[in-house]
Design a protein around this ligand. Structure first.
Ligand code: 87F
Length: 572
């Protein structure tokens, strides 16, 4: 089956091939004189030659078209995503499972996320620092609760050259145990508080679940914030400020809607007091995904690591701590949510190139057109727009259109001899293919306005689709059938861990039974057990248009009294 990009390119080639021939034939039919007939014959010959040349091009391009997407997002989402990240030049595969090369196209996105988040936490008073990659076993296991569930994922260095190390050292999976002994040294008095540090780094978690670029990799990039306060009140406040900043990274930069809430006891970070989260959703496969977490650690770690301060009241107190993290997973979520059958679709705020200029070259006028395209790029760049003029002379405009569509560039400007004459520029939006003609004089303002609008449209489109994927359920019988419609489920819940464990088992079994009954061939498509994604904050429930928990409501799963509304889903 031809991919959309292939069909697209085929169409463009066919159009140039068919048009001159058809036009020539039509003209020939209208010409009556012998002279005209001679002209017509010549024109027809030229047209035939052009058609042959175009056909030859089609063949070479068909081959080259393997550059384009070959799988539709709805047909095979996993295959589509693997193709997408490679063909859009975000990822190169590597010969260690779960490890990927981030190419400039995706690293530029991480840079943007870094800059956005970094400048904002700095203005909140957070400072950056860097702690070592390695940690001794003794340190790593200081806080046992914390490491318990994760021990199997820790990677160890056991040798240098051929010599066994006296003591194996772990590669950091997270840095609590690396940072907090230093915090214990630095924090003595209430005057040393708050201590608010952040580090940008890589971490390694040797997971055995199926790896997916950006979404689940064994090494990933993140920021981890680790802060200490004198009071719980200050810690609580920061947890929510950071959570809202995470929301802003996703919604305002990546145009991905998220839901804020509290993790259940089972799903929270075991070493902490409570975990807040933002949850994203991939409508195509109906899977939710944890987008970022902001934890209040309470005094658990400060007690373990003896982070104590003189309160000035004659007594020593344990510090109140938080930790919070955002990873390169965010890039994968964005790609999954917005991408389409032609490739990546980038919201302008994350796009490494926001505007691509494609000059439409005409024989004899090349240098003029290139000059005009370069000047246009300069004007836009001077206005702070990330722009590039694709002046490559070995690729035709059709090829360039497909290439930049695959890479997700939000806005394309075409500039040909007729535009230059007319003082216009033709614009095409990646998100919906909408076209508009700008005047050359007003192009800077028009592009700015278009980029703003595209950013909004991209978010709105994703939000509408996400909102349509949340269903409310009040009884068990409706739970799995509703999830099977690729939804998240909001349900009154007892908020008890045994009940959540029970839902996990029962939903897994029921999913499998339903699949077998339906003769579902692609087991992965709708398989899997459900868990709580979060207990959405009250404002979120309201914002999503659902009623708050009713008095006397029963738990959808165990019929005990419900004391929370929980958002459930199959998840990554
Ligand atoms: C894997 C191996 C060892 C997650 C792990 O969320 C330890 C861990 O502690 C581990 N996987 N975690 C939880 C990380 C908690 C916390 N750390 C700081 C964050 C944000 C940043």
């Amino acid at each position: 089956m031809a991919s959309a990009a292939e069909a697209m390119l085929g169409l463009q080639v066919d159009a140039t091939a068919d048009d001159p021939a058809a036009a020539a034939a039509e003209k020939a039919a209208k010409r009556k004189t012998a002279k005209d007939a001679k002209k017509a014959a010549k024109a027809a010959k030229a047209a035939a030659k052009a058609a042959a040349k175009a056909a030859a091009q089609t063949t070479t391009k068909k081959g080259a078209n393997r550059d384009g997407m070959e799988t539709s997002k709805n047909d095979d989402f996993g295959q589509w995503y693997s193709q997408l990240v490679v063909k859009a030049e975000m990822i190169e595969f590597y010969d260690i499972s779960g490890c990927y090369i981030l190419r400039p196209w995706s690293y530029a996105m991480w840079d943007t996320i870094h800059d956005y988040f970094d400048s904002r936490i700095k203005s909140m008073g957070v400072q950056n620092a860097y702690f070592p990659l390695f940690v001794t076993e003794k340190r790593l296991t200081t806080e046992e609760d914390h490491i318990e569930g994760f021990a199997a994922e820790v990677a160890w260095v056991t040798k240098s050259g051929q010599t066994e190390l006296e003591e194996p050292i772990a590669v950091r999976p997270t840095s609590e145990t690396i940072m907090y002994p230093a915090y214990a040294k630095w924090i003595r008095s209430h005057r040393d508080l708050p201590l608010r540090l952040n580090q940008w780094s890589n971490v390694v978690r040797w997971e055995f679940k199926y790896p997916t670029p950006f979404i689940r990799s064994r090494e990933f990039l993140w920021q981890e914030g680790h802060t200490a306060f004198a009071t719980k009140r200050e810690a609580d406040k920061e947890v929510l400020e950071i959570l809202d900043l995470y929301r802003s990274v996703y919604e305002d930069v990546l145009a991905v809607p998220v839901i804020k809430g509290m993790k259940s006891e089972k799903e929270k970070f075991a070493g902490g007091l409570y975990t807040t989260t933002i949850e994203g959703f991939i409508p195509t496969n109906g899977r939710a995904i944890q987008a970022a977490t902001s934890h209040c650690l309470g005094q658990n770690f400060s007690k373990m690591f003896k982070i104590e301060f003189d309160g000035g009241d004659g007594a020593m107190h344990y510090a109140w701590q938080n930790s919070w993290g955002l990873t390169t997973r965010s890039i994968g979520v964005m790609a999954m949510v917005h991408g389409d059958d032609k490739g990546l679709v980038l919201p302008p705020k994350i796009a490494p190139i926001q505007v691509i200029i494609v000059p439409i070259l005409k024989k004899g006028k090349e240098s003029n057109i290139i000059k005009a395209a370069t000047q246009l790029a300069k004007d836009l760049q001077d206005a702070g727009i990330k722009v590039k003029a694709d002046t490559r002379d070995d690729k035709n405009p059709g090829w360039k259109f497909n290439y930049w569509e695959l890479k997700g560039v939000p806005l394309r400007l075409e500039l040909g001899p007729r535009d230059i004459e007319a003082g216009t520029v033709m614009a095409t939006r990646r998100i919906d293919g909408d076209k508009e003609t700008y005047t050359r004089n007003g192009v800077v303002d028009a592009v700015k306005k278009a980029l703003d609008d595209i950013q909004k449209c991209t978010f709105e489109k994703a939000r509408i689709e996400r909102d349509a994927s949340i269903k409310s359920v009040t009884k068990w019988e409706d739970f799995v059938p509703t999830l099977d419609q690729r939804t998240m489920v909001l349900a009154p819940w007892c908020n008890e861990t045994p009940c959540e464990e029970d839902v996990k088992v029962r939903s897994g079994e029921e999913s499998q039974r339903r699949q077998e009954e339906a003769g579902e061939t692609d087991i992965r498509a709708l398989s899997g057990s459900a868990k709580t994604l979060c207990l959405p904050f009250r404002e979120e429930v309201e914002r999503l248009g659902f009623k708050e928990l009713e008095k006397g409501a029963k738990c959808f799963a165990c019929d005990c009294t419900a004391n929370a509304l929980a958002l459930w889903g199959r998840s990554y």
